[in-house]
Design a protein around this ligand. Structure first.
Ligand code: FES
Length: 126
């Protein structure tokens, strides 16, 4: 994998999609990165098991921002099961790769999303 950010990474880093926090979210997940200590928070809106809206906030680095931006785009409109099947590898592929030292950043979005879905399920008795 290359040592530089791809154009897609730079695009999502400089113009991230779905940044913020959903008011009255149906599920919220927050995780910290074991490797760097950075934090990621994802909130979701769910209707009939479909993620109708998703937003993220992070104090993470550029790679964390870019991977979260792509991940939110990839799960919007998807069912909870489809969203749970999303892996950081799929996100990295979509971005055309990440430098090796930045791979750990890409798990933040995946983990926070899983936490948000778990929170939704817990709150709705599923
Ligand atoms: Fe912490 Fe990238 S260095 S998320």
């Amino acid at each position: 994998m290359s040592e530089m950010y791809t154009q897609q990474v730079m695009d999502h880093f400089t113009n991230p999609r779905n940044v913020g926090e959903i008011e009255n979210a149906d599920g919220v997940g927050q995780v910290g990165n074991a490797k760097c200590g950075d934090i990621m928070r994802i909130s979701i809106k769910v209707e009939n098991d479909v993620i109708t809206d998703v937003k993220f906030r992070t104090f993470g680095c550029g790679a964390a921002i870019a991977t979260s931006s792509v991940a939110t785009e990839m799960v919007k409109g998807k069912t909870l099961d489809e969203a749970l099947a999303l892996t950081n590898q799929m996100v990295i592929e979509k971005l055309g790769g990440l430098p090796d030292v930045k791979i750990h950043c890409s798990v933040l979005a995946e983990e926070a999303l899983h936490a948000a879905i778990a929170d939704y399920k817990a709150k709705h008795g599923k």
